[in-house]
Design a protein around this ligand. Sequence first.
Ligand code: AMP
Length: 469
Amino acid sequence: MISKFTDLGISEDVAKAMEDMGWEEPTPIQIKAVPLGLKGIDMFAQAQTGTGKTGTFGAILLDRVDAKLKTPSAIIVVPTRELANQVSDEISKLAKYTGHVCVPIYGGASIEGQLRELEKGVDIIAGTPGRVKDMIMRGALNLTKVKVVVMDESDRMLDMGFIEDIEYILGSMPKERQTMLFSATMPEDIKRLASDYMNKPKEISVSQDEVVLDLTKQYYISVGRRNKSWALCRILDLDKPKAIIFCQTKKMVDILEERLIDLKYRTEAIHGDMPQSKRERVIKDFKNDETDILIATDVAARGLDIDDISYVINYDMPEDVDTYIHRIGRTGRAGKEGIAVSFITTEEEYLIREFELRTEMRIEKREVPDAEEGSRDTIRRVVDYDQICDVYGMCRFEINLGKNDGVGKVSLADYIIRAARIRDISIGKISIESDSSVVEVHKDFGNRMTMDLPKMKYRGKQVRVKVIQ
Ligand code: AMP
């Protein structure tokens, strides 16, 4: 059999499995990396999720190590349990005709089950650093026969503080081996790891435009913190997406999950504090369309491979471009179009420019979609004083009292201080027209201005206040 896969030197058995998986032709990283890897050359490859990197190292190691030796001859070290499971699943599919046994090993799950798997004999391990080290120290995992080692998502592993575990693992396998390092970014500490533990590695990268992100349209919406839920529900109601929503903290994940469930959206959430069994169930529910919305932190969502996510929503914007790329790489996969929407507060707008420059991609501004005619918002929009205030925190209010009502700057300020219980230093500039005036008041007193003041009368006239947005 001759195929575009066998052209790269991939064996017929593995190529056949790829075709069974519906793959028609190699991805750019596969074209660049597989022929080198099959020659046993060390490499460090810059490749993000979605580029076909698992297929790349999978094809290499399946052809480089023998099957059914019982003692592992290849190991893939990954940052998270989800990724361990996912990599192991994909390698097992690729090994359909070669017969290699690949098992995942990760913390947070019972060690006994994993020990039993190991005892049965495995060829390839996909494991997280802590648990792999633990198994080696217990004498349950023998890496002395390893010929190929892969470090996947290496930047993440270093970010997560796994460097010592990784060095321990690398130290417990033969020096004569092939080492491949995959990373979405190539910071200095990764290069150092490569030079310390690899033998004349070749550097490989796939450029941004070869990445699957092409199929993802990127937008941002300017919305203050207090109106994020409102904007989110508009999107969920109108576009009815299958969406993954990212929050910066576990706490925010919990709060948002509770809020969306209260509003009857089919939602579940994952974050690192949940037991592994629950995380796996939540991911399964989402994959099987039992839920439409998955709320997650970055760590919990590492390596999630779900093909039909139509929306990635950055409920909270990540601070660095790599996380941004990783997040939006969850959509626009497997040839389908995806949409990435980021909620941006005024202070975060600079991030958009920075991310556009760094990724050479356009992130378009979009408004919160209009509500359908006659429909009511599930969550009401509120005035977000943080969004409309100036750099000193001052907001402007229009009051229906002017020269004709006999007010001057001092008397109006006095009146507001008493009637709305506002401290005098929280009142800024005042300008008086004939029938109205504009007053600057600190954002902390916004609600008093709009809620307390209109309950008052000034010389018998009902006071009305409008926020100037
Ligand atoms: P990865 O970059 O490993 O996360 O892979 C992203 C997705 O692309 C996974 O669902 C793979 O199964 C799929 N994939 C990998 N290689 C190919 C290929 N040559 N053709 C089509 N899909 C692929």
